[in-house]
Design a protein around this ligand. Sequence first.
Ligand code: SF4
Length: 496
Amino acid sequence: MDLKIKRKSTRTAHSSNLLENYPHDLQMYKVPPIENIRLHEFETLALERLTLLRCLATATTLKGLRIYSNEWREFVLNELRSQGLKYYANLCDISGFGTSEADLQARRKDHIGHFILRLAYCRTEELRRWFVARELELFKLRFMTMKSEAVVEFFKINKLCYTNISEEEKNEIIGCLRESTMHQKVDSLKFYKVKFYEVLDLVKSRKVYIQGGYAYIPDKDFISVLSAQYRIHLKQSLVVACHHLGEIEQDERLVGLLKGLHQSYSGDDYSDTKVVVPIETLDSLSVKSFPLCMRQLHEQLRLSHHLKHGGRLQYGLFLKGIGVTLEDSLRFWRDEFTKIMDLDKFEKQYAYNIRYNYGKEGSKKNYSPFNCLKIINNNVGPGDCHGCPYRHCDPSNLKNRLKGYGIEHQALHDIVDMAKRGHFQIACSKYFDAAHNTELGLGINHPNQYFEESQKILKGENKVEIKKETKQTTIKKEQSKQMEDIDFDEISEWNE
Ligand code: SF4
């Protein structure tokens, strides 16, 4: 790949070149981009592509939607629109060969984004597998939405020389075609004749008629041929990209970005909240709307009147992100810490860091709350309370804690099971559902996202179907009544 990065260039490709380079919405990404782009755009396009691929993964693995079903497709498109990726939603929804500036720019971003992610996902077998699977899903989704004239154009542009069999040939084998195809109205379908090894997925699922080493496939299944080709092409390209990584990473501006991209958080950073949350409500909010990582820190602070540095940072920034003001934050920490130390010590040793989090000291940056990936990948030592409980807690402690929170047996089992298998964010999503008595299956990527989604439900802004009243609901109702004046000494054993 010859993707040059320029520090100060403002040049972008002109429309005429764009039309030449990108005549169609759907691409097979055979030729890498060669234009100069700014580093900022490089990073943006990488994160946008990552968001797109993660939407596809969420639809299948977390939501459990049947791949390529209408619900799956709707979910993906809505997610893309809600994440501000309208151009990707359009590319997936109305694939064709429009020529407006917006169409051309969308294809350009699609092209560059794909090639950047190749560089980020070529370094290990596991990353390659994930990338190929998602890109194939995307390719199929887009191919399936294309109108027939767009398909013909796509074949022409990509020099795909497939012609359908003649009516005579079709009539000779029509009986066999009817028996071997899943589709209705076989007589009106066009059939292609391809080498059987080009459609092994159809052969394996016995959905195709084979004769003399050729498979006869209806046009509706032609995507199988293309997907097989595209898969081979992608796998080979990733190997080639991997061989060139050394050269590309001589540019130190790219090393960190490409290496860490698969772990990057690509959503809202919650650094600019408009709401104000009074500290008097924190005890009750911690029960109703905090994810486990923050609930644990809140309880530990109330219990021991102290948190170590990692905990203060993780929890302090989270509180800032949900809307606790600097003044309230200082008051909150001061009230707790001065139960075990004098005011002078607090002011000298701790107040500075709280003001620092709010950008009032040191480099005066507006620091963002930590996202899940950062918290999950943090080092947590003995005696620390920060981190992600699904990753950093011993499974039996996690189990006891969830039991103490009134999570019912099946949900508790599912959460702990997910945590044991390393699916920490899915465990968190299951906890969200258990705590709110819903079946949303949210993709949780940020503790502040968890908080916001919870508040939307509790304030009725998000009308969700609440599961039938269960034993656990009753437990939780009783629990929340009790939590108005919770005794934090009772929960000390969970924090040991
Ligand atoms: S998955 Fe994220 S929000 Fe949930 S507990 Fe872990 S770090 Fe917190």
